[in-house]
Design a protein around this ligand. Structure first.
Ligand code: ADP
Length: 188
């Protein structure tokens, strides 16, 4: 089973992905995590990405696609994967389709986690205040920019999957268990 988890920053994608990978024995591919790893390792890619991420802007489609291309053909993806935080632009979605076509892989479903914008802000600021290792991009100004970028560049991706009849939405304002239950209903 190959899925895309879709939702704005703070919508709980990571939490739901974690539940799904255990239940279905598939892997999570988070471009955000992959980028943070590159930053930590101090690679050239990481150096390029860091300032962009710190501003809450999007890393270039070229960088993202080269990471995804390498990741998605690894053997651990055979049983299925969840894309988390990707695709984030229309270009990424179309490039992804081209790559998947080459390998005869299909995206089964795209699940959108719907949340209210004001509650989002509160959630992420709470996450930032509770965690010891704060993410550099979890502060209110940058978060607001991340939400602006999400609306401008990422929402069109939803339309793309809607037209392909692959889009399913869940109410992300419920608690973790309820959101998870709604997702499982879509997958069975
Ligand atoms: P969020 O909590 O905003 O969903 P992520 O961990 O997915 O955060 O991503 C953090 C940052 O990494 C983004 O703000 C962006 O700068 C960069 N990033 C992650 N995935 C992508 C992508 N698919 N395309 C472009 N930039 C990305």
């Amino acid at each position: 089973m190959n899925l895309i988890l879709f939702g704005p920053p703070g919508s709980g994608k990571g939490t739901q992905a974690e539940i799904l990978i255990n239940k279905y024995n598939i892997v999570q591919i988070s471009t955000g995590d992959m980028l943070r790893e590159e930053v930590k390792l101090g690679t050239e890619l990481g150096k390029t990405a860091k300032s962009i991420m710190d501003n809450g802007d999007l890393v270039s489609d070229e960088i993202i696609m080269s990471m995804i291309e390498k990741r998605i053909i690894k053997p651990d993806c055979k049983n299925g994967f969840i894309l988390d935080g990707f695709p984030r632009t229309l270009k990424q979605a179309k490039d992804l389709d081209n790559i998947l076509n080459l390998f005869d892989i299909l995206i089964d479903k795209v699940i959108e986690i719907n949340v209210n914008e004001n509650i989002l802000l509160k959630r992420i600021l709470k996450r930032a205040s509770e965690s010891k290792k704060t993410r550099d991009d979890d502060n209110s100004e940058i978060l607001k920019n991340r939400i602006v970028v999400y609306k401008k560049d990422t929402l069109p991706v939803l339309e793309y999957y809607k037209n392909l009849n692959k889009l399913y939405s869940v109410d992300g304002m419920q608690n973790v268990a309820e959101v998870s239950k709604d997702i499982q209903k879509i997958l069975t």
